[in-house]
Write a protein that binds this ligand. Sequence first.
Ligand code: FMN
Length: 191
Amino acid sequence: MQNQINEIIAQRRSIYPKEFTGEKIDKQVLETLLRNANFAPNHKSNYPWRFVVIADASLESWVDKAAEIYQNETASESFNQAKFDKIKHYTQQVSNAIAIVMEREPDTKSIEREDICAVAAGVQNMYLSLSQFEHVGGYWSTGMGTYSKAMFEFLKLNENQTLLGFFVLGVVENKRTEGHKKDFNTFVSYL
Ligand SMILES: Cc1cc2nc3c(=O)[nH]c(=O)nc-3n(C[C@H](O)[C@H](O)[C@H](O)COP(=O)(O)O)c2cc1C
């Protein structure tokens, strides 16, 4: 078990839409990810995460919305047609996206950064859960209009909710597990 968990953590990778085949992933995979996200630590058991599953017809509308946002909210001198086309092409690659939302009650005493951390822990659980599915990959995207009011409205979020990105999922033929990582000691000091 100890070796297994270390290996799962070390081999976790972000897998991107260019690597997806366009096939649909099983509903059971989505359920597993969402169930495991819900086991993340969260202060005072306040469950600050909300996940909005984007599937089937809504996937196309989501991609269209993200492309529209990119077009409307990018200064013309920075607009990149290849990037626009890349977003549009997600309809041929991505199976599902899960909008990652933080929700905080208006009179809450919880601390915002703690709630952001808890949601991120939930997303890490999703990432790690992918290890059991040989042909499913995904990554956390803060693109696709994450910071746009238009995407907030598209997802029908309310003023107590903040969009923290999307977990973008697809089928892959062979899952990449390699990737250069710096030595952990670089980021550790002892007092
Ligand atoms: C909060 C957050 C936001 C991210 N947003 C993006 C993104 O918008 N686009 C992207 O290509 N990768 C995004 N990533 C994935 C990182 O680029 C990726 O984790 C990093 O390159 C390390 O690769 P690995 O996940 O395979 O270890 C994001 C990761 C995190 C934690």
